[in-house]
Ligand binder design. Structure first.
Ligand code: ADP
Ligand code: MG
Length: 288
């Protein structure tokens, strides 16, 4: 039988917006020694703003933004939403054909019959589009039109208000290692990691690289210690399914992630992770 204290623990956590799917995970939470975070939407707001539009090869700023916004109009990615937000013109969905999302890279589409690519360095490399390497700080969305480089759009995200405190609280709670995984570039990742005092980060990861990174951490952690992952759910479900304690943030989270998660955080505050661990430990003390 399940000791009564567990119900108190699961119920008590729920009252604070932390849904633990059963006593097994409440137990596992008490032994979490490694916490791995997704970046975009988890440690950062996931709401990018366009800060610069730099056209190349005779395009104007407006033209570049127009091509980008129309091509991105089919995507739900936070990167795409920021570009649509910055564009004032009307978008006719019939302007876009052959739309394709390339996870961890960007998108490809035809806009009024012209081939448009929008994405990161990796995408341009893969499609063999020659371009200058621009050393700018921020997330860069490169554009290519009909096989030629057309410029880039710079976008910036903000670190969540309670993210630094969230990391500090985990360390105080005895978590040995705090890590961030991201598909974004190294410059952005380094900046966030420094500001938050994270122990490690891995950048420029494809969704499948994130699963591999998780597996590495699972292998190197001793049997008694547990590894938790926290994500907002966009492309995170496979990682959430793989770790000891998979956590999804509910407010933004996708249905798939919420379903696979062991713990669902009803608010998007990363500090809820330390709170979940501390509730689990208190419950443990009462039960045993
Ligand atoms: P993360 O959530 O870790 O930032 P993603 O795998 O969702 O990672 O995205 C990784 C990178 O792929 C983004 O930083 C961006 O460079 C590129 N990307 C993804 N989707 C798009 C898109 N719709 N348009 C342009 N670039 C994109
Ligand atoms: Mg993400």
């Amino acid at each position: 039988s399940i000791p009564l204290g567990y119900f108190g623990g699961v119920g008590g956590a729920a009252k604070r917006g932390i849904l633990v799917k059963g006593s097994t995970f409440l137990d596992a939470l008490t032994d979490v020694k490694t916490v791995i975070f997704d970046k975009t939407g988890t440690l950062t707001e996931g709401v990018f703003q366009v800060t610069q539009v730099t056209p190349y090869n005779d395009y104007s700023e407006t033209e570049l933004l127009t091509f980008a916004a129309i091509a991105e109009s089919q995507s739900n990615h936070p990167v795409a939403r920021s570009i649509m937000e910055a564009y004032d013109g009307a978008i006719n969905k019939f302007d876009v054909t052959d739309y394709e999302e390339i996870p961890g890279h960007g998108i490809s589409a035809k806009v009024r019959g012209m081939s448009v690519l929008a994405g990161n360095d990796r995408l341009l490399h893969r499609e063999q589009i020659e371009h200058d390497t621009c050393n700018v700080e921020g997330t860069v969305v490169h554009l290519a039109i009909d096989g030629k480089y057309a410029g880039y759009i710079l976008i910036a995200d903000r670190i969540k208000e309670d993210a630094a405190m969230a990391i500090a609280r985990l360390k105080k709670a005895g978590v040995n290692e705090t890590v961030m995984l991201t598909g974004d570039n190294r410059v952005v990742a380094q900046n966030v990691a420094d500001k938050l005092g994270l122990d490690a980060y891995k950048a420029e990861l494809l969704p499948e690289d994130k699963v591999k990174a998780i597996e590495q951490y699972l292998r190197k952690t001793d049997k008694k210690s547990k590894v938790a992952f926290v994500g907002d759910g966009i492309n995170d479900a496979p990682v959430i399914a793989r770790v000891d304690v998979g956590m999804a943030m509910g407010a933004l989270g996708s249905d798939a992630a919420i379903e696979t998660a062991d713990v669902v955080l009803m608010t998007d505050a990363p500090s809820k992770v330390a709170e979940a661990i501390s509730i689990a430990r208190k419950t443990h003390t009462i039960v045993w």
